[in-house]
Design a protein around this ligand. Structure first.
Ligand SMILES: Cc1ncc(COP(=O)(O)O)c(C=O)c1O
Length: 407
């Protein structure tokens, strides 16, 4: 007999839980696709998207997943034979590099130290060596969803500047946009790539590029532009058909409108803060569970642990069995270990997007129950540790009347 009936909890690092408001906004009949409300809607989301990336640059919506947005970014800014430097810190920057290679771009990979984030000093040293400026772009992810590392995007920009290198700085924020601080303009990012289905709380199917003036200048020279991905025809205001190189992704645009409204209502800083607190709660639980022969953080540097996803090595604990118990007995889906390094040896907790303490604590409590059911080694209660983090936040944020009542 299983306990799983009830509302299923999806705690993978994307797609994330979609708010009912977004789902309801998407459920509608198709409008006139050439003019009127749909054109206004497209204009409004394209006008509001730059705010989420903190840029005055231009936003483009691709009818695709994150992989499509990678290709859109590369093909609009680079030419066959160009060289890019990929800053590896897990799986996804390397995946992006692989897409570049398939487009005829020369790819060089600079590895991060094992289980740590990209080293800005190593980036600076490599770029200093490139005195001819053969490297046309630097590609990095802000959060690698496989390793759950967070890379310091501002520090890497300082490293590029210290080397005096003119390469385009291209950042994949698919697993971090709308979750952790990101300042495209202030940090000198030229191209940002995002997806709908994580922090932005919209089902998969649309993904984004943001481009600043430097990227748009590179675009004018880019030899890899294709009819479908080309940014230029997508820039005309009101031309809704051209903006999407065909029929618009209508339900997704309504969903995105609602999600952007929700983000504006809560405020990006509050969203970042909520993610930071819930991530601290998750990490407190993982630290309490950690034990010889049991679970441990993949990322050894506490400063480099992401606020949107946490990957745990399971060592002597069977990761697949743990996930199966959570899924089949309790209705909780956890993320698998991705790629050769993690498959069967790790699992991931997604803590991104539409998430609050009951959802996060429910996930942690269910994992803890499954660990106990498996007689897995644990040093202490992760739920108790996570609750203390939430309690601290509640006490700090309590409105005065509630604080008094508790005295
Ligand atoms: C950081 C990062 N980049 C790229 C992708 C690829 O996105 P998609 O699966 O939507 O193609 C993902 C997906 O998890 C991701 O986490």
């Amino acid at each position: 007999m299983s306990l799983r009936n009830g509302r299923h909890q999806l705690s993978i690092p994307g797609p994330s839980v979609i708010p009912d408001r977004v789902l309801n906004a998407m459920h509608r009949q198709m409008p006139n696709i050439y003019e009127g409300a749909l054109a206004d809607l497209a204009d409004s989301v394209i006008a509001d998207l730059p705010g989420v990336a903190r840029t005055s640059g231009h936003a483009f919506i691709g009818i695709c997943n994150g992989h499509g947005a990678w290709e859109m970014a590369l093909s609009n800014t680079l030419s066959r034979g160009d060289r890019v430097l990929v800053l590896e810190s897990g799986r996804f920057a390397v995946g992006w590099g692989e897409y570049a290679r398939r487009l005829g771009i020369e790819v060089e990979v600079l590895n991060a130290p094992p289980r740590r984030g990209v080293s800005p000093a190593a980036v600076e040293a490599r770029l200093r060596e490139d005195s001819e400026h053969a490297i046309r772009a630097v590609l990095v992810v802000q959060v690698d969803t496989a390793s759950s590392v967070w890379n310091d995007i501002a520090a890497i920009r300082r490293a590029i500047d210290a080397a005096g290198h003119p390469a385009l700085y291209m950042v994949d924020c698919i697993a971090s946009m709308g979750c952790v601080p990101f300042e495209m303009d202030a940090w000198g990012v030229d191209v940002t790539v995002g997806g709908a289905q994580k922090g932005l709380m919209v089902p998969p199917g649309i993904a984004f590029n943001w481009a600043n003036q430097k990227a748009l200048a590179a675009h004018r020279e880019a030899g890899l532009r294709t009819a479908y991905w080309d940014w230029t025809p997508r820039m005309g205001e009101g031309e809704v058909y051209l903006r999407f190189a065909g029929t618009a992704p209508i339900p997704h645009l309504y969903g995105l409108r609602e999600a952007l409204d929700m983000i504006a209502e809560e405020g990006l800083e509050n969203i970042w803060h909520r993610h930071a607190v819930l991530a601290r709660a998750v990490r407190a639980a993982v630290a309490a569970w950690s034990a010889p022969g049991g679970l441990e953080f993949v990322i050894v540097d506490p400063e480099a642990r992401a606020d949107s996803v946490t990957t745990l090595y399971t060592n002597g604990v069977d990761a697949s069995r743990l996930r199966r118990i959570c899924e089949d007995e309790a209705g909780l889906t956890l993320g698998i270990g991705l790629g050769e390094q993690f498959s069967g040896k790790a699992f991931r907790i997604g803590h991104m997007g539409h998430l609050n303490p009951p959802m996060a604590l429910g996930t942690l409590g269910t994992i803890e129950a499954a660990l106990a059911a498996m007689a897995a080694p644990m040093t202490a209660s992760g739920v108790a540790a996570a609750s203390r983090v939430i309690a601290g936040e509640m006490a700090a944020g309590m409105v005065p009347e509630l604080a008094k009542a508790g005295e």
